[in-house]
Design a protein. Sequence first.
Length: 250
Amino acid sequence: MTVKLAITGKGGSGKTTITKGFMQVLKEMFPEKSILLFDNDLSSELGHSFGLDIRNTIYGIRSGKHEYKTGIPEDMTKQEFIEWAMEDIVVTLDDNVDIIVSWFVGSKDCRCPITKLINDAVNKLINRYDIVIFDCEFDLKYLNQLVDCEIDSTIIVANPTEESAHLANRIEEFSSKFAAGTQIGVVINKVDSSDLASVYELLKKYDLDVLGVIPFDPELKNNSMSRESQVVQNAIKDFYFRLNLPQIKH
């Protein structure tokens, strides 16, 4: 069964860095598992963080503007074509990790047949992997407009400010109906360790379910393009046991 993790939050909160951090941690914990990184953020920064400029997207399939790497096979149904096209835009990062980019998505209100065809094809693709990590837009609504799938754990990334805590509270409200019955909580990113007490007071004020805290990493200034951070990976390992994700058996 595929395990699905969604990373949401305001742009600039550190979603892409944390998405990559989870990928590295999960690769280390479960080296035999296949992982799909699913970039559902309109900025498409996840691909850029690997040094890739991914132009072939799910939107390109929907709009008919995608240029395929190979000739289009003949005698396919529309559903088979969409599934074939989806495979064509998956980019391999290493032996066990792939990435796909959605970019613009259609509204669920759209009754055109391709909306359901894409939903079904995305679900089929997702179910081929052991683990899928979604780098989402602001909340889960944008992902839900693309595909109906149950998320095992949703993380809202927030920064240690009044504005960010307020926004995290709103994101939780907006996302809760799409995460009904599953785990949803907040990870506070870029925390100054000398100011933890005030951070927890802030979170208490907004009654947020805090899954973990990630310290500020000054080294990210030197890795701003790659979004690589050992500090982030170590912090994820520290709170990973709280998540509704596969755990290592001792």
